[in-house]
Design a protein. Structure first.
Length: 368
């Protein structure tokens, strides 16, 4: 009997994305899988049930969850839903199992084989499955659009009958995927753009997009393309120089992150107090605490004349393209073990072995 792959309907508040599109469903069916899509799963992203049916999927109201061998999701399902999954089934998504003890317990209680895609190794081969990067690109784009909307000024330079309007000065903090997309988007909008990152190797990337690299003389190059945490001395020097620079900046978009840890605090309350009235800070890192000391996750407010926004789940605001990218990432990962209508796990493949949670013990790995 063919392996059954189920596409779950997202239940997290405000979540509009879906883990599979008609395009990827068609490819899963071609790989021999029986695909079931829960009714309305793709509606918020513009993918109607009939499109899934036309791609070869069955559509139901979720009553058949206990029969699914593989379940696909964007955000982790609630604990009560997990309790209804087939024991030993495979769950794929951005599961964040260690972020919620109750969820972790529920996942383990059902004996699920969990693949939190945020755990994927950062290798060349994994790039086509890298959900963090694909979703960060959309988030960086949306963050700059929010900043442009909140800013009480034009982004581009304008020559008008009333005189010349100077371009806004925009600083993007962090030059990962989200930050680089932010640089590119702000530049397209006509702003004068700078990019700041403690990893000096990002200079070339920022400049290739038309931005200017802000060099504060502090390097924190780390492993896997991520930044390491700064020492206290490095942080003090960075903050002193950044505070002086921010006095001339109109818009700041924060995107800096350290995997598995709270977002580094880069912009202090004192720095905000020194910024010009009418300045704007959009903190993309709000979900993990924020890069700005004054960020309130999920809120936009005025802090002594500076507007600070801490938007959440920005990728979901671009649900159509975010879902298309996410679904392709998921398809590429699932294709590692769904072959010819059956489950075939190769635990010598580091992409599977390093992503699965809980981590497999040496004994279980040898038994497999």
């Amino acid at each position: 009997m063919a392996v059954e792959v189920r596409v779950l309907k997202e239940t997290a508040p405000g979540e509009r994305r879906v883990a599979a599109t008609p395009e990827t469903v068609k490819k899963l069916v071609a790989a021999g899988a029986r695909v079931v899509v829960e009714r309305g799963a793709g509606a918020a992203a513009g993918f109607i049930d009939q499109a899934y049916a036309d791609a070869g999927a069955a559509v139901d109201d979720g009553e058949g969850r206990a029969q699914a061998d593989v379940l696909l999701c964007v955000q982790p399902p609630p604990s009560d839903a997990i309790a209804g999954f087939k024991a030993g089934a495979t769950l794929v998504g951005m599961l964040q199992p260690t972020a919620d003890p109750a969820r972790a317990e529920a996942l383990q209680a059902r004996g699920l084989q969990n693949f939190p895609l945020e755990r994927l190794p950062r290798t060349t081969r994994a790039q086509a499955m890298d959900v963090l990067s694909s979703q960060a690109g959309m988030a960086g784009y949306k963050a700059v659009l929010i900043a442009a909307q909140l800013a009480p000024r034009f982004f581009p330079m304008l020559t008008t009958a009333a005189g010349t309007i100077r371009p806004s000065k925009v600083l993007i903090v962090g030059a990962g995927v989200a930050g680089l997309q932010g640089v590119a988007t702000a530049k397209r909008l006509g702003a004068q753009v700078e990019g700041f990152d403690v990893r000096p190797e990002t200079r070339e990337q920022i400049e290739s997009l038309g931005g200017k690299f802000l060099d504060l003389g502090v390097s924190a190059a780390g492993e896997g393309g991520y930044a390491r945490q700064l020492t206290e001395e490095e942080r003090a020097l960075q903050q002193q120089r950044l505070a002086d620079h921010l006095k001339g900046i109109d818009v700041v978009v924060c995107t800096a992150a350290v995997p598995g840890r709270p977002a580094p605090k880069i912009i202090t309350a004192a720095m905000v107090a020194g910024m010009k009235p009418g300045s704007v800070i959009v903190d993309l890192a709000a979900e993990t605490g924020g890069n700005c000391e004054l960020t309130r996750p999920g809120e936009t407010y005025d802090a002594q004349g500076v507007t600070i926004a801490g938007p959440l789940n920005l990728a979901s605001l671009g649900a159509v393209h975010a879902s298309e990218m996410y679904a392709r990432n998921v398809l590429n990962f699932v294709s590692l073990f769904v072959k010819d209508g059956a489950l075939q796990f190769d635990w010598n493949d580091e992409l599977l072995a390093k992503t699965v949670w809980p981590e497999r013990s040496d004994a279980s790995a040898q038994a497999a």
